[in-house]
Design a protein around this ligand. Structure first.
Ligand code: ATP
Length: 268
């Protein structure tokens, strides 16, 4: 078994308009990633050094992965997505090889956005974990690769974490992940936007009031809202397919969905 699975280049299909709320974060990513990737010469001419590394931090399910994919897509860049825990390998030396391979591929395919989700898994502050020696080599490999990214080479690294507090400070030094962007839980207005995004292609009953739903879903993340809509559509589908009363389902639905109801006639 080898951790050296092939590094996959992706062209994500996420657009800015697929992300509800987060307007300021999107603008910051446009300026820090999209513009430098699209107009490198202008940046050179003006002597502006764009960041090589950006750290998105905030609670789970708030759109960090979506943002990284959208900025790659909107910048017409390739995308390489990895998860911290997945890079960890039992086989000494394999993880470092994988990191090297990822950056090699990224340079080759530039412009490329490398996205490292759950970076805290590979870069916890030294001493946080037992057996940290092995992690330290891995972290050092990552830092070496980051330091080796040349200005305007078209490679940008975006990392995400729910735990910025446990990251090794070496990671956050200038020239590494020196741009920190908070991706907050959605407020009511953002939740409405997220409901709109996820119901775009879903036929809604006339009495569905998304504004009311946004109000009632305090504390829900974007991922939770997506789940609510998916679940609602599924319940409508089940009802349309079986035509028998599904009280249990209805009851759960009531609880889970409050008033979101997908119009059944569209399935019949
Ligand atoms: P984690 O910290 O758990 O990795 P994350 O912040 O990376 O989460 P995503 O993977 O981007 O979250 O979001 C998960 C799913 O939730 C997305 O595929 C999307 O459907 C939905 N979602 C989250 N935030 C938003 C948003 N702002 N607008 C639209 N959909 C969203």
């Amino acid at each position: 078994p080898s951790a050296l699975r092939e590094v996959l280049l992706e062209v994500p299909n996420v657009r800015w308009e697929d992300i509800g709320g987060l307007e300021e974060v999107k603008q910051e990513l446009r300026e820090a990633v999209e513009w430098p990737l699209k107009y490198p010469k202008a940046f050179q001419r003006l002597g502006i050094t764009p960041p090589k590394g950006i750290l998105l931090y905030g609670p789970p399910g708030t759109g960090k992965t979506l943002l990284a994919k959208a900025v790659a897509n909107e910048s017409e860049a390739n995308f390489i997505g990895i998860r911290g825990p997945e890079v960890l390998s039992k086989w000494v030396g394999e993880s470092e090889k994988r990191i090297r391979e990822i950056f090699r591929k990224a340079r080759q395919a530039a412009p490329t956005v490398i996205f490292i989700d759950e970076i805290d898994a590979i870069a916890p502050a030294r001493g946080v974990h037992e057996g940290a020696h092995y992690m330290e080599t891995l972290l050092n490999q990552l830092l070496t690769e980051m330091d080796g990214i040349e200005e305007n080479s078209g490679v940008v690294v975006i990392a995400a974490t729910n735990r910025p507090d446990i990251l090794d400070p070496a990671l956050l030094r200038p020239g590494r992940f020196d741009r920190l962007i908070l991706v907050p839980a959605p407020d009511e207005k953002a939740r409405l936007e997220i409901f709109k995004v996820h119901t775009r292609r879903v036929p809604l009953a006339d009495d569905v009031d998304l504004e009311e739903l946004a109000k009632k879903t305090e504390g829900y993340s974007g991922a939770d809202i997506e789940a609510v809509v998916r679940e609602a559509a599924l319940i409508a589908l089940r009802g349309a397919v079986s035509k028998t009363p599904r009280e249990l389902v209805e009851e759960q639905a009531e609880e889970f969905l409050e008033k979101l109801r997908v119009s059944r006639k569209d399935f019949e």
